[in-house]
Design a protein around this ligand. Structure first.
Ligand code: EPU
Length: 431
């Protein structure tokens, strides 16, 4: 296993280009299943999760090719979908990629039955499926859970009015992908509004679907009999862009982020302005600058357009080096704070109580070995290491590889001293 060795004391400065969003590209690959023929997705990030999703789709009977685009961090994915795809996704892949549950809706709509391994929980929280299941049942599906599989059948799905208890990203996407081929009109109320939802709606519309209200809390879908494959460019990754924005502020740097509009990160960037940074929108992104220690700001995560839960580790990291005390509240995932014990190894002063964290900012953190517990925590620990005296080794880098193409290379191009090295073997103790 590799680790990232981070030298403290960097001030990030320069330009960085962000490629397509993981959390969009994965769902666009699932959406391709809705139409037989060749779908072409561009601006897809070259990350482990995309490689796993490619294998999920291959095992459903599709031919998948991934080709590097000019930039080494992005790929074009071509998916050739057969007239009749297979409709079973096994545990060996689903356990590695919870997002593979997003094949449930499209396969049910296309094949009338589907078996997807139950994804279980993961390191950031319990992550249920109840809203996916309740919505599909409303549309006429019969769904059971047997021997570790979610099994859904429906000769023909029909339109329905569905209220989500919470604007779940995954449930909104699964229901959308089922509704586009259902008989009649489906209304999804309290729908998620993320740019990735708008992106998938744009692709489905180009495929021939009738969708109204994408990006609002009420999405209406008028089902059609068949869809056609298209070429589609993936929306830029606002979480990677937000990571660079916070990294610029934490290191008192000056970073111009390209590939994601400032409008996709409004609240997050506004928090940086409150902390003392100057943020300017540009033609294809935004620039974040600060030349003093940031001031403490309180941050609350909420569904889009609220502050994204995926930037929670960056929010806590910023608070840890800011002047003053911050209250950080996490409302989406019950396990998000797990990484805080790693951050306290860097001498961050943090107390948690339920879903609140009180952070007392320090002038500098103190380098130490730490372990990434998930994608976003990993990125947050690396950036925290840049604000520490001495060296920070961040272990379990494979988590970061799941969501950030070339993270270390981008950091180096912005002036950081970060190296990827092979972790020493852990000692094995036997009795
Ligand atoms: N939830 C339920 N029941 C459901 C669905 C969701 O209780 O049927 C709960 C979850 O347990 C969670 C909350 O609702 O507490 C939010 O879940 P949501 O469905 O919105 O999230 P998701 O679709 O599982 C996606 C991203 C996450 C991101 C969240 C929130 C993908 C592959 N994942 O997850 O991204 O944090 O939306 O924005 O799109 C990441 O990229 O590192 C990541 C975790």
């Amino acid at each position: 296993m590799d680790l990232l060795r981070v030298a403290g004391g960097a001030r990030l400065s320069g330009d960085v280009t962000v490629v397509g969003a993981k959390n969009s590209a994965l769902k666009l690959m699932a959406a391709a299943l809705l139409a037989p023929g060749r779908t072409v997705l561009t601006n897809v990030p070259k990350i482990t999760d995309i490689a796993i999703m490619a294998e999920v789709v291959r095992r459903l009977g599709c031919e998948v090719t991934l080709t590097s685009e000019d930039d080494i961090s992005r790929a074009t994915v071509e998916i050739d979908v057969p007239e009749v795809p297979r409709h079973e996704a096994d545990y060996d892949l689903v356990r590695q990629l919870r997002a593979s549950i997003c094949v449930l809706g499209p396969l049910l709509a296309r094949c009338g039955s589907v078996r997807v391994a139950h994804p279980g929980g993961d390191a950031i929280g319990s992550r249920g499926l109840d809203m996916h299941v309740a919505g599909l049942r409303r549309m006429g599906a019969e769904i059971t859970s047997e021997h570790g599989f979610v099994i859904a059948t429906a000769e023909k799905l029909h339109g329905a009015t569905i209220w989500l208890d919470f604007p779940s990203v995954g449930a909104t996407e699964n229901l959308l992908m089922a509704a586009v081929l259902a008989d009649g009109v489906t209304e999804i109320d309290n729908a998620a509004r993320e740019p990735e939802i708008v992106d998938i709606c744009d692709m489905l519309t180009a495929m021939g679907a009738n969708i109204f209200g994408a990006g609002t809390s009420q999405i209406v879908v008028d089902g059609v009999d068949a869809l056609r494959p298209v070429a589609h460019r993936t929306v830029g990754d606002r979480i990677v862009a937000g990571t660079w924005a916070f990294a610029a502020a934490m290191t008192r740097g000056d970073v111009h982020v390209h590939g994601v509009p400032a409008a996709h990160l409004e609240i997050a960037l506004d928090k940086l302005v409150t902390s003392g940074a100057s943020v300017a929108a540009s033609e294809d992104g935004f620039r974040v600058r600060i030349d003093r220690r940031p001031s403490a700001v309180d941050i609350v995560t909420l569904p889009y357009p609220g502050f994204p839960t995926d930037l929670l580790p960056m929010a806590v990291g910023l608070a840890a080096v800011s002047e003053g005390n911050s209250l950080i509240t996490e409302n989406i995932f019950d396990g998000r704070f797990m990484f805080i014990q790693e951050l306290t190894r860097l001498a961050a002063e943090i107390r948690t109580d339920g879903h609140h964290a009180v952070v007392r900012g320090r002038e500098r953190l103190s380098g130490a070995p730490v372990t990434a517990t998930d994608i976003r925590a990993g990125a947050g620990l690396v950036v925290a290491g840049l604000c520490a005296d001495g060296t920070t080794d961040v272990g379990h880098v494979h988590h970061i590889d799941r969501g950030y193409p070339d993270f270390a290379a981008d950091l180096v191009s912005l002036g950081a001293d970060v190296r990827r090295i092979q972790a020493p073997d852990e000692p094995v103790f036997t009795m």
